[in-house]
Design a protein around this ligand. Structure first.
Ligand SMILES: [Zn+2]
Length: 280
């Protein structure tokens, strides 16, 4: 009897941990789809979506493509290309429509909305550096998907919102904001390698963590950065502290998740939390 209970316990633990480790699916712009791949091979199929390599994981002898859908995607039928040791097939999937609400924000420093000509040069160089870190493909056969929240705090800004700063339309919100006091320690949500750090015009002090196969987390507006580019980090390690640097209205953490170079809804990757919005 004791043996049976122990088997049930371990079975439940296994089922819960594998189910929990995959991101929640949401087939909309800014969402994520998980697509089973038709392959019995021991080596993972090579998958691309919009010419970007896609994260492939194995679960119960089944290869799965985990695809990030860019916010600018049009609803309709989309496809990934699956290269199975030289044989290329496509897998179709549907993207549904989602309209994200508009948010009006007032920032006191208008230069952060209408940058000067010399600021623009800086912004272009920074955007190129950030994009290159987000596009980077790091080979890894064990991409960690069991994320932990980097800080405590209430969500003060939702993903995907169209944003109007001081009356002018700007890029949609590429992550979520979590309000917390300046100095609050930020933990790495999962193992990875620091791909980039910097002090950026809009994002302020920033850390980007590459978790492998195009999965990158981004932490912005930090007060202090405690890690360096190229550094290996473990889940729970402190990467910096919450601050109010860059284009902000107060201290908070901007948390972004990028998958195959698509900025996606971070809530899909983290465990459910009381008081947090649901994304269904
Ligand atoms: Zn933000």
């Amino acid at each position: 009897m004791k043996y049976i209970f122990s088997v049930i316990y371990w079975l439940m633990l296994f089922v819960c941990s594998t189910a929990w480790a995959l991101p929640q699916q949401l087939p909309v712009p800014g969402g994520v789809v998980v697509l089973p791949l038709d392959s019995n091979a021991n080596v993972p199929p090579e998958v691309t979506y919009d010419a970007q390599r896609v994260l492939v994981v194995r679960q119960d002898a089944q290869w799965l493509a985990i695809v990030g859908i860019p916010l600018a995607s049009k609803p309709g039928t989309h496809k990934i290309l699956v290269n199975n040791q030289g044989t290329i097939n496509s897998v179709l999937f549907e993207i549904k429509d989602k309209s994200y609400p508009t948010q009006h924000i007032t920032v006191t420093d208008d230069r952060k909305v209408n940058p000067y000509a010399n600021d623009m040069k800086r912004i272009e160089a920074e955007t190129a550096k950030i994009n290159s870190a987000l596009r980077h493909w790091r080979v890894s056969d064990s991409v960690p998907l069991n994320f932990v929240w980097p800080i405590e705090g209430r969500v003060s800004g939702l993903f995907g919102r169209r944003r109007v700063f001081n009356g002018e339309e700007r890029n949609p919100h590429s992550g979520i904001d979590i309000a917390a006091a300046t100095g609050t320690k930020i933990m790495a949500p999962a193992d990875g390698v620091v791909s980039d750090t910097g002090n950026y015009f809009f994002n302020g002090n920033t850390v980007m963590v590459d978790h492998g196969q195009g999965l990158v987390t981004m932490f912005c507006h930090l007060d202090r950065v405690d890690v360096k580019a190229g550094q290996k980090i473990q889940q729970g390690e402190i990467i910096g502290t919450v601050g109010a640097t860059g284009r902000v209205t107060g201290p908070h953490l901007h948390l972004g998740v990028s998958l195959n170079n698509a900025r996606v809804e971070p809530l899909l990757f983290f465990p459910e939390r009381e008081g947090y919005p649901s994304v269904e």
